[in-house]
Design a protein around this ligand. Structure first.
Ligand code: CUA
Length: 320
């Protein structure tokens, strides 16, 4: 019976985390259903069994309370809530930490479409093509207002926030198409901000990528890899005047192996160089200056679009 209901009402479990999410969801659902039955039917039972008609007045003892029972119920409920919290935290932590070596794809949300930027330079609109059985990390930002990337079949949802990067990861377990929704009201065409994830067998994905790179797939032209675009921007915007890429000292910190590095700031704090720190350093360069350097970098606010920022970050990631 339950299996039949689940078959009818349950969305496909198309990612590795989907069964985890559903297990916890089921636990909370059944806990609620059982509590509902106990409370409602218990109350009805007492109402009828101990009504004035059935039990003459002054025949039952007048009870004011029972400390042990009350404490017991409170303790039981506290433990139950903590179990749900801990369980949720374990799953949440897993959903927040992408496995090492996950394939990275940049997503830019705009009113009202999704742009997917691959490291090989390919840009897709409202379509995300990924391989089956490989972890994929999405690094996302918004060009205008809040959006939210939501794939029900994968049980993942993550807000996109202007001027900052958020990320989410998944590993697809079902070949085929899965719906992407925007789950944050973002204006007139919010409900039309739809896209698809297309999951391909690893071999098909490789062919898709290669086909694209060879320029053989009709309607696609070979594009420059993101990191290469970033390298050109790095020179064109004058970054290379102060930041070396080979570890040599300069006016600013060298960008050799910069990504993922832990830097000490002038304030004594330390920071790990990630997408958000790089972005902030380009937009508000002197907010967090690395120790040993003067706060002299000019801002690039308004001079770089989201795609160019993604390209610069991809280039810095390549300097390993
Ligand atoms: Cu984008 Cu709603």
């Amino acid at each position: 019976m339950i299996a039949l209901l689940q078959f009818v009402f349950r969305l496909p479990q198309a990612s590795t985390v989907a069964p985890d999410v559903d297990r916890l969801f089921d636990f909370i659902l059944w806990t609620s259903i059982i509590s509902f039955i106990i409370i409602v039917f218990g109350k009805l039972f007492f109402l009828i069994r101990f009504s004035r008609k059935r039990v003459p007045e002054n025949q039952t003892a007048y009870i004011t309370g029972h400390t042990a029972t009350e404490l017991g119920v409170a303790a039981f409920l506290t433990v139950l809530v903590m179990v749900i919290f801990y369980w949720g935290w374990v799953d949440y932590k897993n959903m927040r930490s992408a496995p090492r070596g996950a394939m990275e794809i940049n997503i830019v949300g705009k009113q009202w479409l999704w742009e997917m930027h691959y490291n090989n330079g390919r840009t897709l609109t409202n379509e995300l093509v990924v391989p089956l059985g490989k972890p994929v990390k999405l690094i996302m930002t918004s060009k205008d207002v809040l959006h939210s990337f939501y794939v029900p079949n994968f049980r993942i949802k993550q807000d996109l926030i202007p001027n900052t990067y958020t990320s989410v990861w998944f590993e697809a377990t079902q070949v085929g198409e899965h719906q992407i929704f925007c789950a944050e009201y973002c204006g007139a065409a919010h409900s039309g901000m739809l896209a698809k994830v297309r999951v391909l067998e690893p071999d098909d994905f490789e062919a898709w990528e290669v086909g694209y790179e060879k320029g053989t797939k009709p309607g696609t032209e070979k594009q420059k890899p993101l990191a290469e675009t970033g390298k050109e921007l790095f020179a064109a915007k004058g970054c290379s005047a102060c930041h070396s890429v080979d570890g040599k000292p300069g006016l600013g910190p060298s960008h050799f192996k910069v990504f993922g590095r832990t830097e000490e700031l002038t304030t004594g704090e330390t920071i790990t160089v990630d997408e958000n720190y790089v972005r902030e350093s380009i937009m508000e360069p002197n907010k967090k200056t690395v120790k040993g350097f003067a706060p002299v970098m000019p801002t690039f606010q308004g001079q770089l679009n989201e795609e160019e920022l993604n390209a610069l970050i991809a280039y810095l990631k390549s300097l390993q």
